[in-house]
Design a protein around this ligand. Structure first.
Ligand SMILES: *[C@@H]1O[C@H](CO)[C@@H](O)[C@H](O)[C@H]1NC(C)=O
Ligand SMILES: *[C@@H]1O[C@H](CO)[C@@H](O)[C@H](O)[C@H]1NC(C)=O
Ligand SMILES: *[C@@H]1O[C@H](CO)[C@@H](O)[C@H](O)[C@H]1NC(C)=O
Length: 401
């Protein structure tokens, strides 16, 4: 009992402290966002505390919080929702009930969560994908790819590729009444990383070339080469996603060795012989002038970290590190970026690079957006921003698919 009181008291003090951390003023529902931001910072602190006390790992603590949002597959009057397997990987399917004269479009949705968290079962994703199925009369497939740290790189990308290849078989498309010429792959955050990588891999595979009509990347992470881009500096303390937490968690995709996140925080982690990759993510070349502001480009330092992690130089982790000729073949692309987001510049640079390569791109930039907006589209942390992001994405799907 005494511990509970102490714990409660401590939480109140921390909350009072964090709620006074300012956030950018143009943000809609300013106080709600401030509360979410404070809540996230307290959770991070508690996660760190538990980890240091040896109670549980930081990521396990967050996983418990995330799993609270999981729901069972529930069908409604319009959509049948079922859990099944594609190529022995669990997927949740959203299948429209209404009779259709013609074949339906399909969307494969890859969820976010820094490669460590999240599930097809989460309520915000259920809301988004049910709405997509309903509005587009589309079949929606949401895979549960394997997560880090238990299953590090390349498990996640391999699972996503398997699910997509399984679905793209003629007999499977036929079974679900899907039009093979109207298939999009979408994802948010690390799901966006996986979408960009899957799309590049399939485009280079003669058997699957041109099978995806479009890709949609919602506040995606697209490179692990430079973590000192202007957006990483401007929004290093959030709101919501801080540079430190993002690096700590997403590193687990590559290794559990704690030297890597330490080196990444200093931007001194790229291996000897990797300098040729910098030109693909050089923000000084690819960011529109208004985002460069007062920032001065500095090359990441190479050769400081002794251990080498192959994922750091792999385009399946950093889809930005491919040549223009590899980008040229990519399909119609949607990119949504949020201003107040460390990953903003990853998205902006991909937009520039894709357009330079001649790929048709639709880009929506949310001036008052924060990272993870879709996670805040349902109770208990409901923000109007979440609905605005979903609305923009679904409008694009309606026009493009
Ligand atoms: C079912 O579809 C109709 C027409 O689009 C819509 O008005 C209704 O809200 C939908 N029901 C649910 C549960 O989403
Ligand atoms: C990055 O871009 C700037 C400006 O164009 C250029 O001066 C610099 O050499 C580039 N560095 C690398 C490593 O590409
Ligand atoms: C890396 O290796 C060098 C030479 O073997 C050694 O002097 C240095 O301490 C090592 N650095 C780290 C961070 O382990």
């Amino acid at each position: 009992m005494r511990y509970k009181t102490l714990f409660f008291g401590l939480s109140c003090i921390l909350f009072a402290y964090y709620i006074y951390t300012p956030i950018p003023e143009n943000i809609e529902e300013y106080w709600k966002v401030r509360i979410i931001d404070a809540g996230t910072k307290i959770s991070s602190l508690m996660g760190t505390l538990f980890e240091n006390m040896g109670i549980m790992k930081f990521e396990d603590f967050f996983n418990i919080l995330m799993k609270l949002q999981n729901i069972k597959p529930v069908s409604d009057e319009n959509i049948t929702v079922i859990d099944t397997d594609f190529s022995s990987i669990p997927v949740r399917l959203y299948l429209p009930k209404r009779k259709s004269e013609r074949q339906r479009p399909a969307v494969i949705y890859i969820h976010g969560g820094a490669f460590c968290f999240g599930s097809r079962k989460m309520l915000p994703y259920d809301f988004l994908n049910r709405l997509t199925a309903n509005k587009l009369d589309a079949v929606v497939i949401v895979p549960d790819y394997r997560l880090a740290p238990q299953y590090p790189f390349p498990a996640a990308i391999e699972d996503c590729v398997s699910v997509v290849k399984f679905f793209l078989q003629d007999k499977v498309l036929e079974k679900y009444g899907v039009d093979p010429s109207r298939i999009c792959i979408s994802g948010d955050s690390s799901g966006g990383t996986l979408v960009a990588a899957v799309t590049q891999l399939l485009q280079d595979d003669p058997k699957y070339k041109n099978k995806l009509k479009a890709q949609a990347l919602i506040y995606p992470g697209l490179q692990a080469i430079d973590t000192m881009m202007p957006s990483y500096q401007q929004y290093q303390h959030g709101p919501f996603l801080s540079r430190k937490v993002a690096i700590k968690v997403s590193c687990l995709y590559l290794t559990e060795d704690e030297e890597l996140p330490k080196a990444i925080l200093k931007n001194e982690y790229m291996p000897e012989g990797s300098r040729h990759l910098f030109k693909f993510v050089n923000w000084s070349d690819f960011l529109p002038a208004k985002y460069k502001k007062i920032h001065v480009y500095r090359e990441p330092i190479i050769g400081k970290l002794n251990a080498s992690y192959p994922g750091l130089v792999d385009s399946r982790v950093s889809p930005l590190i491919v040549t223009d000729s590899q980008l040229q073949r990519l399909p119609l692309t949607y990119v949504l970026t949020c201003e107040h987001d460390i990953l903003r510049d990853d998205g902006l640079i991909y937009v520039t690079r894709l357009r330079n390569a001649g790929v048709p791109v639709t880009h929506d930039h949310i001036e008052d957006g924060i990272h993870g907006a879709i996670a805040f589209s349902t109770a208990p942390v409901y923000l109007n921003l979440g609905l605005r992001v979903i609305d923009k994405y679904i409008s694009w799907l309606e026009e493009s698919l």
